[in-house]
Design a protein around this ligand. Sequence first.
Ligand SMILES: *Cc1c(COP(=O)(O)O)cnc(C)c1O
Length: 442
Amino acid sequence: MNRSEGAGGTSAAEWARRDAAAVWHGFTQMAVYEDSTPVIVERGEGNYVYDTDGRRYLDAISSLWVITLGHADADLNRAARGQLDRISHSTLLGNGNTAAITLAEALREVVPVDGARCLFASDGAAAVEQAVKIAFQYWHNQDVTDRTAYLALGHAYHGDSVGSLSVGDGGFGTDLFDPLRFPVIRTPGYDDGDWAAKAVAAVDRHHRRLAAVVIEPLVQGAAGMLVTDPEAVAAFAATVQARGVPLICDEVATGFGRTGALFASELCGIRPDLMCLGKGITGGYLPLSATVAASHVYEAFLGEDLGPRTFYHGHSYSGNALACAVATRHLELISERGLIDAARRAAGRLGAALEAVEALPAVKEVRRRGLMTGIELDPPPGASKWGRKVCAAAVRAGVLLRPLGDVVVVMPPLSITDDEIETIGRTLVSAITEVAGGEAGA
Ligand SMILES: *Cc1c(COP(=O)(O)O)cnc(C)c1O
């Protein structure tokens, strides 16, 4: 139904061949890539992407959790073009640019961090890496050199650089990198109803050697959308901060409206000492991330010029003007278009649309907070790759999905419409029913 066929029909296969011959895709086995009927996207419009044959797909994963307002938004395009004519990039090392300053000022107004200071980077992993190093040096700058441990949660995902991988809990075939990881005190993730009490006990025991605690507030995304209550996060955060240990909130996935607030930390009523932003920060347009530091953290780095208190860390594209201009306009548009309220309403409708999915015998559980949704399938013993197969069936029906193991992730843009939510629900019911081999259709 979502076909508007281009001439020929071989062009997608030809692009896939060229792709497989030249590009190396992350988290992808390239030996089978070409045969896996990848969607080769040529353009996007609103909540849809279009492949090289002109086939249309509803982007139900926001292009891996980054798109917020839809693709090729006219207002964001205008902001990008406007900045393009001024300047695309100039370095933030030792100098400034107006686009980065404007964005830092705008973020400071909305981020739940006291006296927020932004250190920009380009990827979520780099924002976490910066936070981990800032926390380490924060103590060092106060002549405390024995706080070298971090506490992080089971199933945590914080990115793929070595430092962010270390605070993460592995999985996804990354265990071979274990010898490169620094040791972390690990307490259970959100799938344990007692995670907060157990994490509090660990902080009580180890706080004197902790440089920082890292959490994904409210939702552990890459873990398969494990969710917890705001009260549990608040109680844990209170213990951490009462002990004087910096709390790092990784909001790379939860930020910018996904959970039904601009930031999940707001829903929890917490104010982290360090906060990591990425993914949706530019509406999914350009690679940009930020580590936001509270003033007491930032001030620990003030000292003499070229002195030891300086944070000796930086990235070439830090504060990229093009990305910052788009991010600033994106924040304005979220407010102008009332997108947080819209996302909250859409989340309610998504919950209703997924009731039929949850009722399927092949579904173990639907976990959701705002628009962040994980549908855990319940494959019988011996069944393989259900997550993959369900998503492939959905893609064939024109809804772009990608699983995490046997969890089908649904994370639509904040701009998702009621009809599109219905389409996602209906398509999932058919796809799951098809794969589970039950009666056809729904
Ligand atoms: C995606 C993600 C990251 C890593 O961001 P990249 O931009 O992919 O490096 C870090 N933390 C969380 C919670 C994420 O979901």
